[in-house]
Design a protein around this ligand. Structure first.
Ligand code: ADP
Length: 772
């Protein structure tokens, strides 16, 4: 090739290879002038790289001596006198000499001829280089879309090699070396070396990128999911639920549970947090935790037993009951001296309305403790006392723990009503669970099936109540200190009505004391004609009715005040309900008054007997219990054995049936104490000797006509007094019980203590059966 002279443009940091199409920016004035020169001629320039890129006005010695001839294909003149030129490399040239230095370099160059000589080694090297380059591209090396096909088109190996070289990520000086390297083999070797380096760099970069993108991916995923969760939670209001966890945690800490209970609570809370929001178990765990945190594990009323103050409170709230109050104070004194964990369980036994509950409340008030009440009526299942295991759907703690929760403190006065109504059946014996809860010696770690952690009940003061003692499970009765409430006399009721019930009801109905006056006479009539009970519950109810009606009159009719006279009772309460047993009734044949003891105190029962044609059968009616039926049979046997003494045909029973009936079907009747009453009614019916109307009796009968001791004397005598009986026959052995009867009542009644049926008949019948 002939030597040509061409304008030279120095390039700071690029090596232009043949076949490369590259945009370059030209700003230096020498370069601009060189370009201008080229543009007006054959548009060719020599591009030579500077040895040091930061030299602004390079001299020939600052430039490499091998460069590239390129043709200028496009020219863009930008503001700031910058010209962007697209140059297309054509041939390698060796600068022979600088023909001109001013105003721009013009050089004489000689083309370096390159011929690729194919031999297996060079070919395989070329192949390796191309593969390496492919790998680079695969690893993410950026190659312009236009050059890629040309690189991989191996029809012109020189072009391929130049393009690869141009696209290598090399320092300028390294590229220049490759531009100058004339031997293909050694050039390919160098390229391969550089490519290997680039591959490892790219691989490392990719690894780093993968790792980071994995990391980033993970983070992005999490962030994304979190965002989604937030939206879902917002939609469903679960957010608040999560906030509640924090709340629960606070509550657990605030409940100050014993260590094992607290650990348990936190464990359950942990489970709760992990549950998916819609798990059905969530509500069970929540309920459980709610129970745990709401129990008064360490909340106590400040309570000190002050016997004097307690006595004052009990007296203020209750009339009479002196013996009972004394026993309560004794009990409290023992508690005070011996400390907790001592003593018996108290049981208040007596008919309804005698003040058992209100006395319990008074005790709580006197001790400055909370009061709770829980009925045990109808409890047949151990689980009702001790709770159901949590595996049951709808499981709850038992009544003891429920009561403690209601109390809100761990040392309340806890009244368990109707302990005599606790039953036993196949579901387990509630009485043993009750004993475990009540017994001060073993209740410091009461285990409720639902709670699963023990609760200390030793600070609780338990008071049980019962109407009768017979049905209390013996194991329980054995551990209880029974305090009996026998019922009130009319006199006592009058005091209670006057001093307690009336003022209480006047206040409860929003009245003033001055607005309602009920004289004693009226109260007496109210007690005897409108109520017949051992306690004062109905009496209180009737007084409340009067107060209500008077309040209405005052509010509606503008009345200032009222005085309720005996005659007004009909207006307020309707016709009288009870009449004295003996009033306006004459002595009758075959009817005797017996005294019974029931849950509601004493009762007067009339026993009727009659003879009718038949075959000697004994018919018993009136819901009699087995024991009572047996005593009727015994009474009849006795009567038959005595028939010869009386003016009665000896075979009277062979053509007669005997019917014994005890009216008032609703009252459960059992027990042996009606024995002498049934015998009296029978013998009266057989002998036609009438029974004294004003006389009542109670006592068990033997076949030989002996009268045996019975129980519940006080209740029975009070009931007889209420009913207006004036003479009573009691077994001789019960004479000692008369002490318990208020003197006033004793004075009103004539007592006869009997040992035999003959004595009974002597007193009861108006005339002797033998003297008809
Ligand atoms: P129980 O629990 O025995 O069925 P309560 O305690 O409910 O009876 O008593 C019924 C009502 O009679 C209550 O209002 C109570 O205050 C009142 N009461 C009973 N006995 C007396 C008493 N001795 N003094 C004053 N009020 C009494």
């Amino acid at each position: 090739m002939p030597k040509v002279q061409l304008p030279l443009i120095p390039i700071r940091d690029l090596v232009i290879f043949p076949n490369a199409v590259v945009p370059i920016s030209i700003k230096r004035s020498r370069s601009v002038q060189a370009l201008e020169d080229a543009l007006v001629k054959e548009k060719k320039v020599v591009l030579v790289t500077q040895k040091k890129e930061n030299v602004d006005s390079p001299f020939p010695e600052d430039l490499y001596s091998v460069g590239t001839i390129a043709s200028v294909t496009q020219v863009h003149r930008l503001p700031d006198d910058v010209i962007t030129v697209l140059v297309s490399g054509e041939k390698r040239v060796q600068i022979i000499k600088y023909a001109k230095l001013e105003p721009f370099f013009k050089v004489e160059v000689e083309e370096i001829s390159e011929t690729y000589i194919s031999d297996p080694e060079t070919d395989s090297l070329l192949h390796t280089v191309v593969e390496q380059f492919k790998q680079c591209v695969a690893l993410g090396k950026a190659v312009s879309v236009e050059t890629a096909p040309a690189i991989f088109d191996l029809s012109d190996p020189v072009r391929t090699i130049d393009l690869i070289t141009f696209n290598l990520d090399l320092k300028t000086s390294e590229k220049q070396q490759l531009l100058e390297a004339l031997d293909f083999r050694s050039r390919l070797e160098k390229i391969s070396e550089f490519l290997a380096r680039e591959i490892s760099i790219l691989q490392a970069a990719r690894q780093i990128q993968e790792k980071t993108s994995e990391e980033i991916g993970k983070m992005a995923k999490e962030a994304f999911l979190r965002e989604q969760l937030k939206t879902i939670e917002k939609e469903l209001g679960i957010k608040e639920e999560r906030e509640e966890f924090a709340d629960l945690e606070k509550q657990i800490k605030a409940a100050k549970m014993p260590k094992d209970a607290e650990e348990r609570a936190f464990k359950e809370l942990g489970r709760l947090k992990k549950m998916p929001p819609f798990s059905p178990e969530i509500s069970y765990i929540r309920t459980y935790l709610d129970w745990l945190v709401s129990l008064p594990w360490s909340k106590k009323s400040e309570s000190e037993i002050n016997i004097k103050a307690a006595e004052k409170t009990l007296n203020e709230d209750h009339y009479g009951l002196n013996k009972i109050k004394e026993r309560i104070l004794e009990y409290l004194a023992v508690q005070k001296l011996a400390g907790k964990g001592r003593g018996q369980i108290i049981c208040f036994a007596g008919p309804p309305g005698v003040g058992k509950t209100s006395l319990g409340k008074s005790i709580a008030k006197a001790l400055g403790r909370n009061f709770v009440r829980m009925s045990l009526g109808g409890v047949r299942d151990e689980a009702e006392i001790r709770g159901h295991r949590r595996t049951y759907v709808g499981a709850l703690p038992g009544r003891i723990i429920q009561g403690i929760k209601n109390a809100g403190t761990k040392n309340p006065v806890f009244m368990l009503d109707e302990i005599d109504k606790v039953g036993t059946d196949f579901r387990g014996d509630p009485s043993s669970a009750l004993l475990e809860a009540l017994d001060p010696e073993q209740n410091n770690a009461f285990s409720d099936h639902y709670l699963e952690v023990p609760f200390d009940l030793s600070d609780v003061m338990f008071i049980t109540t019962a109407n009768m003692l017979d049905t209390i499970p013996p194991a329980l009765l054995d551990r209880m200190e029974v305090i009996s409430f026998p019922g009130y006399t009319e006199e006592e009721k009058l005091h209670i009505a006057n001093d307690y019930l009336l003022p209480k009801q006047i206040e409860a109905h929003g009245l003033k004391k001055s607005q309602l006056k009920v004289p004693e006479e009226t109260l007496k009539a109210l007690i005897s004609r409108y109520t017949r009970e051992a306690g004062v519950r109905n009496l209180e109810r009737e007084i409340a009715t009067i107060c209500r009606k008077v309040a209405k009159e005052i509010a509606e009719d503008g009345m200032k005040s009222t005085k309720v006279e005996t005659t007004d009772l009909k207006k307020y309460l309707g016709p009288t309900r009870f009449e004295s047993w003996a009033i306006e009734k004459k002595d009758e044949v075959g009817v005797a008054a017996g005294l019974a003891w029931t849950e509601s105190g004493g009762e007067v029962l009339s026993v009727e007997a009659t003879l009718m044609p038949g075959k000697g059968n004994l018919i018993l009616t009136g819901h009699l219990g087995d024991v009572m039926k047996e005593s009727a049979t015994a009474a009849l046997s006795y009567a038959r054995s005595k028939v010869s003494d009386w003016k009665v045909p000896e075979d009277f029973y062979s053509n007669k049936d005997i019917h014994v009936h005890v009216p008032s079907g609703a009252i459960p009747k059992d027990g042996p104490s009606a024995g002498i009453t049934m015998a009296t009614a029978l013998i009266s019916a057989i002998t036609k000797a009438p029974v004294r109307r004003e006389l009542g009796m109670t006592g068990e009968i033997t076949l030989r006509g002996k009268v045996l001791e019975i129980g519940g004397v006080k209740e029975k005598v009070l009931a007889a007094h209420r009913a207006g009986l004036t003479t009573l026959l009691l077994p001789k052995r019960n004479e000692k019980d008369l002490e318990e009867i208020p003197a006033k009542t004793r004075k009103d009644i004539k007592f006869y203590f009997v040992e035999t049926m003959d004595e009974v008949l002597n007193h009861a019948l108006t005339h002797s059966p033998t003297s008809n």
